[in-house]
Design a protein around this ligand. Sequence first.
Ligand SMILES: [Zn+2]
Length: 363
Amino acid sequence: MLKSAQGRMSIVLLVVGLLIGVAIGFVAFQTPAQPIDTSPTPAQPIDTSPEVMSVEPVPNSAFGPAIDQTKGYLVEEIGDGLYWLTEGVYQVMFLTTGEGVIVVDAPPSIGENLLIGIAEVTDEPITHVIYSHSHADHIASAGLYPSDATYIAQEETAALIARANDPDRALGFGLFLGGSLVPLPTLTFRDELTLEVGTQTLELSYKGPVHTPGNIFIYAPEQKVLMVIDIVFPGWSPFLDLAVSSDVPAYVGAHDQILEFDFETYIGGHVTRLGTRGDVEIQKEYILDMQNNAAQALQTVDFFAVANEVGFENVWLLIDTYFERLQEECTRLTLEKWSGRLGGVDLFTPGHCTRLMESLRLN
Ligand SMILES: [Zn+2]
């Protein structure tokens, strides 16, 4: 069952539940008072089995390395002084160079553990900070880094950060995430920038708004590591509505742009583990399948049959019902093949289908 239908069903169940509750209360009120049983009720185990939660189990291929919960983060060297650090949902990358640390991003969900994790493996100070893009959930703890570091971003990201940094805005940047205003970029570029510090080289490039304007590809040629945030989610369906990407064709095309790089390890910025070329290829296949299924739904779901059912009087009801049928058909076709293969595929496929259909209709 899809989200909106589920929502309606929940409301129906809630109303039915309330009515039953009132009826039981009424009957209880009519019954003569019984001695109150004060013996403790044995605790009932909470049933979290998939049937009750109505969600698919997460496939084993989605799980990443265990995280020591007493520390709250994991830091691991991928190769030659290049590390990744995660708390289990967000990921950052950093490199020791012999002359200082280059770090990419600062998610508030990791917060102070960014500094603790880096200090766990090196005494070098943080000298360079790269913003992968402007979204607060990935950078709003950058205020923790040294103020005299070089802050690097693509021009569009710099402009968006400048706008977000407005001290007069009612609610601060990333406030609800535990973040705050971040240092403005001090080194910006438009298309490409090669950063060479000590022993390390990073190639930064901008290929359009693949997730949001200013979202960059960050490539370490020595280690064959590619970091692109919020595009590919190794082992999982992408986050809500194609990872809330601003430009659907650019998002779809980003998979091929990623595969043009000679990389062995992919850092996507999210979920449980690092990725491989295989993960990128799998997600590309999933997205293209959904796109085909969205096209098929647009060609097969009969708008006038829906109109016969709900009438033309309430135009938004008609459109809403039609879109719901399109989403159901695209989701049904997609899950026939993808069910059980990616984490959360049952939860987020409907939203991805709708984004792809909107894009097919409009772009
Ligand atoms: Zn983002």
